[in-house]
Design a protein around this ligand. Structure first.
Ligand code: CO8
Length: 255
């Protein structure tokens, strides 16, 4: 596929998506959504890809949904606009957001659809929608509250202020803060370490981590137990344990 708003490449077993609308600080428009979802779906369907990284530029991961594109939309049109972002959140392959610069509004929400958020020390997160008299619409009131708790989420959403990488790490929004110059190499290293594992087991773990955000504990533990028992049927599980006993690196078939 010929992408206009993103750059897509595969680095060994890592699928790499770079948001690329430098003239608009990577503001997310409908075309970018279609392209990101198409690229992520293609990586997700490809067994040679074991992890995906999504990143932006040094200055901006994404400064939100494209305000200029949304300005004239009616409620009827907004019902369809951006509906597909949800498909990105359903990708089964682990996804890492490598965030440098602004991750605002839809940009912060896109990062929160990922499994791991690596933040450069210059990253700035926020949900400034109320400054435009709209509200977060891609998970900002829901995923952010689950990630950082009710009071921090309310502080960010209701004031629209930005928070830096250190504060974002303290409150649990980001997995790790990395010096800006090392962000992409660290993201690649992290993705490679995930992609080296057994893909069926990794996808199972990802799906359970996501389930934990929406299932009561007892039900989640039951589901985890079923899944734990079922991975014992995998050839890769036999290989992983044999390799441990034989003190060698595992050679997973499905990786
Ligand atoms: N949309 C469109 N264009 C943008 C956006 C954006 N979100 N952000 C920046 N740009 C453009 C600017 O208009 C400017 O373009 P131009 O040079 O043509 O005027 C260019 O990018 C550079 O931006 P600035 O000159 O403003 O750069 P600064 O460094 O001065 O400021 C900021 C950077 C602080 C990031 C500033 O650009 C800003 O405040 N941007 C808007 C941030 C924002 O409000 N984001 C939330 C948008 S709403 C949203 O995300 C809702 C998501 C839910 C949708 C759900 C649908 C169902």
């Amino acid at each position: 596929m010929d992408y206009q708003t993103i750059r897509v490449e595969q680095k060994d077993r890592v699928g790499w998506i770079t948001l690329h609308r430098p003239e608009a600080l990577n503001a997310l428009n409908a075309q970018m959504m279609r392209e990101v979802v198409a690229a992520a779906d293609a990586f997700d369907a490809d067994e040679s890809v074991g992890a995906i990284v999504i990143t932006g530029s040094t200055r901006a991961f994404a400064a939100g949904a494209d305000v200029k594109e949304m300005e004239t939309k009616t409620p009827e049109q907004m019902r369809w606009h951006f509906a597909d972002w949800d498909r990105f959140a359903c990708v089964r392959t682990p996804v890492i957001a490598a965030v440098s610069g602004f991750a605002l509004g839809g940009g912060c929400e896109l990062a929160m659809m990922c499994d791991i958020i690596l933040a450069a020390d210059n990253a700035k997160f926020g949900q400034p929608e109320l400054n435009l008299a709209v509200i977060p619409g891609m998970g900002g009131t829901q995923r952010l509250t689950r990630a950082v708790g009710a009071y921090k989420a309310a502080d960010l959403v209701l004031t629209g202020r930005m928070m830096g990488a250190a504060e974002a790490e303290r409150c649990g929004l980001v997995s790790r803060v990395i010096p800006a110059d090392d962000l992409l190499s660290e993201a690649l290293k992290t993705a490679e370490s995930i992609a080296a594992k057994s893909l069926p087991s990794t996808m199972t773990a990802k799906s359970l981590l996501n389930a934990a955000l929406e299932t009561p504990l007892r039900e989640g533990l039951r589901t985890e137990n079923f899944a734990f028992v079922s991975v014992f049927g995998l050839d890769d599980r036999a290989e992983g344990m044999a390799a441990f006993r034989q003190k060698r690196k595992p050679e997973f078939i499905h990786r």
